[in-house]
Design a protein around this ligand. Sequence first.
Ligand code: HEM
Ligand code: 2DC
Length: 467
Amino acid sequence: RFMPQKGQATMTFGSWLQLLLMEGGLHNVHHIMARKFQQFGPIYREKLGIYESVNIISPRDAATLFQAEGTLPERFSVPPWVAYRDYRNKPYGVLLKTGEAWRSDRLMLNKEVLLPQVVEGFVPLLSEVGEDFVRRARAQVGKSGREHWTADFTHELFRFALESVCHVLYGERLGLLQDFVDPEAQRFIDAVTLMFHTTSPMLYVPPALLRHLNAKTWRDHVWAWDAIFSQADKCIQNVYRDLRLQRKSTKEYMGILCSLIMQDKLPLDDIKASVTEMMAGGVDTTSMTLQWAMFELARSPGVQEQLRAEVLAAKREAAGDRVKMLKTIRLLKAAIKETLRLHPVAVTLQRYTTQEVILQDYRIPPKTLVQVGLYAMGRDAEVFPKPEQFNPRRWLVAGPKHFKGLGFGFGPRQCLGRRIAELEMQLFLMHILENFKIETMRAVEVGTKFDLILIPDKPIYLTLRPL
Ligand code: HEM
Ligand code: 2DC
């Protein structure tokens, strides 16, 4: 049998436009998809504008898909991102490259950002930023004249995330956790948010068409990428100059960019393109995940206490050695997985099949776009019993977890920043749990909004109370 008759959700251009214009439809891609899985079952076909895809939800089907992906996996290439680079004649980094060009860049980058021995060197850099966040939070408590700090932490976490990723990329501090924030760095943060925000309305418009639109969304999108590229370029030039003038001391770790330049195995333009992507990719992703993690911990004080006990015990045993501590905090790691289950950054993972793949009793031909409904999977009761419960322990008990923890994707094309993101989040939560109780107003329900990445649909107010 070719594709399911029962599970068809074909969309005409008209009905797709309608979906976009429908109030909130644009921001509800994840809910719409979850509903379609309920309606049509675990495999259905859909057409969005000119793009056609087969959508799947089960970990077993995801396993089959990824096991057949080969050495040059390709995901859906976000059209406005491609259109911008072609419009401005900017080089692609690993995010948008394909084929052998992607592979050779990616293999070089892997050695500098994913290799365990190298990644261990990020620990002091990221831990330092976490400590500074704690220091800042204490100062805010002092200023408030009360015994706590209550706020919407979105912007604080954006700055924390950019400070963190820049510390490992450039080996330098930007000072974003001080009272005075460099307006250029702030502009970069705002540009990344605007870039994501303006991507979603143009997501299924063919790139060739996009530029001819001259719509406000496209102009804003171009403004945002221009700001991202120019700011990243300044940071890169600074490091390059310091390196040439031998202002960098070769004793300590000098950052990912320095290592890449000194290796001299990638052309500088390719290094720049991928470093720019990492700088931009390192802001909204980890910060939103941390915000959700704190929200869930605030709503589950019992779990929060268990995590704190684990962290404090680890600290005692490791005598404060963060590398050692990171090896024993299993529940904290599970809590981050659990956060990404309920609140994934990516609504789906996608792959183009290269060979025929058989999923259940459906035959999927080569060159088909297949999407794994990550958000829907995380909330499917058949995959995760009592899915509404935030229960990190579910990741630690016996039972199959095969292809269930896919928050960073899978295989050779998985998230390049995965280890940076994980360490950054683990260290941040360690420092917070050691110093503060996290609280929230229990009554407020917060939903999810699709803004290219998934984000909270309203501000989350959190309270940090010194222990
Ligand atoms: C790709 C998630 C943080 C840079 C991806 C993908 C996912 C993802 C799902 C697609 C993977 C696939 O197709 O299999 C996340 C999550 C993050 C995070 C959940 C944090 C909570 C970061 C950070 C950086 C980054 C901090 C930069 C340092 C990238 C890049 C790619 C990517 C460059 C494209 C890789 C390629 O195509 O070869 N990420 N990400 N991400 N991510 Fe992340
Ligand atoms: C968006 O239908 C919805 O990690 C689309 O750090 C399919 C799709 C394709 C690629 C996904 C994207 C979605 C969400 C954002 C992701 C992206 C791949 C990488 C990117 C998941 C699910 C992200 C946020 C990167 C971004 C780096 C960029 C700022 C240079």
